[in-house]
Design a protein around this ligand. Structure first.
Ligand code: OAD
Length: 255
């Protein structure tokens, strides 16, 4: 058996034995759908100052610019569809006992694909939050214009996205923490694992950095090695639209 096939077989056998599976995904899982990642040479942050478009201070200074940026992202996401990587995760959920999909992505493609137990820890491009009454509303991906206002109270709306310098929604973070702390296998897909606290879920799953637990098995799927790789028991290198379906195929094979 070639080395790569041995790694796939090892990962599949861990997943077959797992009762509780948690998954952390990042922009890489949507790359093959045509959604730009953040930190590539042509990534989303290229050409944008993060402090202008992804901080509360940037929004306070120039909300029109921020809404232009997010309306453009919303329009781009409206044109794309889930890829075989998203679909493999739907099937993995269907055959797993407990399954939690924690995603840093705001494109909603896991939900569109059909994943059920999804925690969108950085929010969603489809949702707005009112700066007056704090109501969060799902608006799909229709154009919202440069100055959307709350239909309930008339105050200004902002994207329901976690910006730099902001905390994650407490309930979503607690649920993610519990899933990472209790899983048997933690699958880390398409993330550079440099943004915290999302990336801290990996040492939490491993029982490291002060989190006392029997370590989960960590399986990483990425094009390259990342900050997560030193925690990984198995690293499957390649596009997740190829590696995840291959992994699922092996998991579904009878023993
Ligand atoms: P990054 O752009 O930092 O990393 C994307 C990762 O996906 C890299 O490690 C790539 O090697 C990998 N990758 C690219 N294409 C892939 C493919 N086809 N298959 C598998 N892996 C692939 O994106 P994130 O790690 O998601 O936060 O970034 C985390 C957070 O940083 C984002 O949620 C966003 C950003 O600031 C907010 O906006 C709040």
């Amino acid at each position: 058996m070639a080395d790569t096939e041995r790694e796939f077989a090892k990962a599949a056998s861990f997943l077959k034995q797992a009762r509780r599976v948690a998954v952390l995904t990042g922009a890489g899982v949507s790359a093959e759908s045509g959604v730009p990642t953040f930190r590539a040479a042509d990534g989303l942050w290229e050409g944008h100052r993060i402090e202008d478009v992804a901080t509360p201070q940037g929004f306070a200074r120039n909300p029109d610019l921020v809404w232009r940026f997010y309306n453009e992202r919303r329009a781009n996401v409206a044109k794309v569809a889930p890829n075989p990587g998203h679909e493999a995760l739907v099937k993995l959920e269907q055959r797993s006992g407990e399954f939690t999909l924690i995603t840093q992505n705001v494109d909603g493609l896991h939900l569109v694909a059909g994943s059920k137990n999804v925690l969108e820890i950085h929010g969603s491009l489809r949702q707005t939050r009112c700066l007056g009454c704090a109501e969060v509303v799902d608006r799909g991906l229709a154009e919202l214009g440069p100055k959307p206002l709350c239909p309930s109270c008339g105050a200004r709306l902002r994207p329901h996205i976690v910006w730099f310098g902001e905390g994650l929604p407490e309930d979503v973070w607690q649920a993610s923490f519990r899933a990472a702390a209790a899983c048997d296998v933690f699958l880390v897909v398409g993330t550079s694992a440099v943004v915290h606290p999302a990336a801290s879920l990996i040492p939490i799953a491993r029982g490291e950095a002060g989190f006392d637990r029997v370590p989960a098995i960590v399986i990483e799927c990425n094009l390259t090695r990342t900050e997560a790789s030193s925690y990984a028991d198995v690293t499957l290198l390649g596009p997740s639209g190829v590696t995840l379906p291959r992994l699922l195929e092996l998991v579904e094979q009878p023993i």
